[in-house]
Ligand binder design. Sequence first.
Ligand SMILES: [Zn+2]
Length: 155
Amino acid sequence: MKSKSEIVEVKALPFAAGFNWSTGFQMQRFIQELANRKILGAKCPECGYTYVPPRSRCGKCYTKIGEENLINLSGKGTLVGYTTAYVKLDGQGNFQDLEEPGIIGAIKLENADSTIFMPLEGIKPRDVTEGLKVEVQWREETKGELADIRCFKPT
Ligand SMILES: [Zn+2]
């Protein structure tokens, strides 16, 4: 057991970390195609499970998924779950109240099996129901970044 004199208490330190990582060719293609307002999925050649964002190996049957297995998805889908957020992080680790509650939807795109989690706008939280048909809303100028998908809205 340590004596009290050996315990160093640190209340806070400034901390910043930068990262570089490879997203792999599937994710790279996915992000590039967002500039063309296209959402790519990866369909497993063995079991047919379709992932969005695409991935290079099937999590169901472990089959390799190649570039030839990338498919275009329509950007339309169904809400299969959601949560309502009343606060956001301010970038300093503190919560701030949102002026209006925000909805984060779990969305299953047409012809995809996995779900994506995206902001849902254009509907009040009390009116949201699972099974709602939704459609992607692109930001005005798409640049090949994840932020090209602004949100989803009910159709
Ligand atoms: Zn598979």
